[in-house]
Design a protein around this ligand. Structure first.
Ligand code: GLA
Length: 393
């Protein structure tokens, strides 16, 4: 075996001329690295809102064919292109081609959700002895922040790209009492796409000047086939959760944390989403399918933890979700009814996309036993979720 030090020694001592191409190679590599420091998010116009505000589309790319596009309206993830097992790239999230789709849409495609992801019963909660009423927009309850949530606000974007990643930081200041919530809330959502790995990281940060409640998430709908004319019923799902939080008929948690074992809610092993979705089960009936929060394991530990895995057998695409959050809302696209005209004119039909919203539990402000969603002045809210893509045979 030829020892590399010996080889280097021989090259240096015996044939200095051979060093020239080597030096050239080193210089070339250095130039390539330096180019890496110039990573940049690409910006393009995405039209104007009905009120005449300009919206921009930001495209993050990596060196492995992954591309993520985010718009300043709603800090919304509008496109996420990833390879299948043959290297074929396709967009795996639902959305619209134009801004008015996002302005008029009621499905929250790819949106940054706030102030409160999922439902608050009766749109009401008590904080520091004071009752707060927020708009109800989902039967008797408030859903995803109220009438105009963060997904319908204009965010300010800054390119924070580094030598090893494309990074887009979006900021929004929510005034005191916006949608009835207390406190001026300064919130940042940062999307990071590393140059060398196929994962999109979403970091949330927020501060408030008054006690408030907060539960931020992203509402992407995935269809790993890359073809949203197909349902997600054959996708195999794993959830790292032994319990879920059952709901009442308006999808508000009852407060119970119920074992999934022996129920259609057991995704501890990879299971096709469609395998049990139509079973005669009260919880499935309430949700019109899956629309529930699972209690992630090891919630007492800090840091990113595996939460979910989705595998599409046709394309081989695998999505792993890691999060710092204690819960995940798995929603099987039960309210999609073929009326939303999506990208490329595709009408999104029943169960053609699935959402996995990493979050604190729904209606936590009214459930003292659930992990707290209270944010106080001088505290910093932080939350991270990673969408990691790979493929499998
Ligand atoms: C969440 C909710 C669902 C539904 C979707 C958006 O997943 O839990 O009930 O509102 O958002 O349509």
């Amino acid at each position: 075996m030829l020892d590399s030090d010996a080889l280097r020694g021989r090259l240096v001592t015996r044939s200095p001329a051979i060093l020239l191409p080597l030096i050239a190679l080193v210089l070339l590599t250095a130039t390539f690295d330096a180019k890496g420091t110039d990573r940049k998010v690409q910006v393009s116009d995405f039209g104007k809102t009905a009120n005449g505000i300009s919206v921009y589309r930001y495209t993050l790319t990596n060196d492995r064919g992954v591309e993520a596009a985010v718009i300043s309206y709603g800090a919304t993830l509008v496109s996420l292109k990833v390879p299948d097992r043959d290297g074929k790239i396709a967009d795996v999230v639902l959305g619209y081609d134009t801004l008015d789709g996002y302005e008029q849409g009621a499905s929250y495609f790819g949106g940054s959700i706030g102030r409160y992801g999922n439902r608050i019963a009766g749109g009401q909660f008590t904080l520091d002895g004071k009752v707060f009423q927020i708009p109800t927009n989902d039967g008797p309850n408030s859903l995803h922040g109220g009438t105009i949530g963060f997904n319908k606000r204009i965010w300010t974007a800054v390119d924070r790209s580094r030598s090893d990643a494309d990074v887009l930081e979006l900021s929004y200041t929510s005034p005191d009492e916006e949608e009835g919530y207390p406190g001026t809330l300064k919130v940042k959502v940062t999307y990071t796409l590393p140059a060398e790995s196929n994962e999109l990281r979403i970091d949330y940060m927020a501060t408030t000047d008054k006690d408030t409640v907060l539960n931020l998430t992203n509402h992407s709908y995935f269809n790993l086939t890359g073809d949203a004319s197909q349902t997600i019923l054959d996708h195999q799902l794993t959830l790292h959760a032994l319990k879920f939080t059952p709901v009442d008929s308006t999808l508000i948690p009852t407060g119970e944390e119920r074992a999934v074992q022996g129920t259609p809610f057991d995704f501890t092993k990879p299971t096709a989403i469609g395998a049990r979705i139509n079973q005669d089960d009260e919880q499935l009936k309430f949700g019109k399918g899956y629309d529930h929060n699972w209690v992630l394991e090891k919630t007492d530990k800090v840091g990113l933890q595996p939460a979910a895995e989705v595998f599409d057998p046709t394309s081989g695409r695998v999505l792993e979700i890691l999060t710092t959050e204690p819960g995940i809302q798995f929603y099987s696209g039960n309210f999609l009814d073929g009326t939303a005209k999506g990208k490329g004119g595709q009408l999104y039909a029943y169960r053609t996309g699935l959402a996995l919203e990493t979050q604190h539990f729904p209606d936590s402000p009214n459930h003292p036993k659930f992990p707290s969603t209270v944010l106080k002045p001088r505290q910093i809210y932080r939350s991270t979720t990673v969408l990691r893509f790979s493929t499998r045979k």
